[in-house]
Design a protein. Structure first.
Lengths: 131, 69
């Protein structure tokens, strides 16, 4: 990307990469002077991987079916951008002097984003008579 | 908390809205859908179909895991 002329697609892609990093959640669970505490936390790594897999699949469908790769890249980025708003999810949980506690934390933001990406993919393949 | 299936609206994002958005993006970029359809061989269609189904089940599983309890 050190070329003289920057394509719009490159710029859009940079922006998209940044938001992906932003979507990592910040979770802190502090347990002190407690016994029998169970924590069930969303696997952020898994959800980010799934999100990337969906983005790749969308890009793949577009590049196989639609025009040249450069144009296809622009289309893919345009689709992602509609849903990739900056999503921060900060949770801080403190457990103190407690017994028998169950904690379940979820990351709703990334879950919604993943579902939106799947919908884009399903919509695309339906239009192309694939599914 | 109820599970959200992908055909329904997940937290306010309706499939119709996404569908219109996809149509709009394709249209604005001058994509000819009929032409694009013909670019795919049956084998490619089958492979893509399997890929989508696989991802769909992964997403369903993920959503299920994160909405129960």
């Amino acid at each position: 990307m050190s070329n003289d002329h920057h394509h719009d697609a490159d710029l859009l892609q940079d922006a998209d990469m940044l938001t992906l990093v932003d979507q990592e959640s910040d979770e802190l669970i502090w347990i002190k002077d407690s016994i029998n505490v169970h924590v069930h936390s969303t696997d952020t790594q898994a959800s980010v991987s799934l999100q990337v897999a969906l983005q790749l699949a969308i890009a793949l469908v577009i590049s196989i079916t639609i025009a040249d790769s450069e144009h296809g890249n622009e289309i893919a980025q345009e689709l992602f951008q509609h849903f990739d708003s900056e999503q921060m999810n900060k949770q801080k949980i403190l457990v103190k002097n407690s017994k028998d506690v169950n904690i379940t934390t979820t990351d709703t933001d990334i879950s919604v984003n993943i579902q939106a990406l799947l919908q884009i993919l399903i919509s695309l393949v339906a239009k192309l008579d694939i599914a | 908390m109820k599970n959200v299936s992908n055909e329904n609206s997940p937290k306010g994002i309706s499939y119709k809205v996404v569908d219109v958005l996809v149509s709009n993006v394709l249209q604005r970029n001058g994509v000819n859908i009929e032409k694009a359809k013909n670019k795919l061989s049956d084998a490619e269609k089958q492979a893509l179909k399997e890929m989508v189904e696989d991802l769909k089940s992964q997403v369903d599983e993920f959503v299920k895991q994160n909405t129960k309890e």
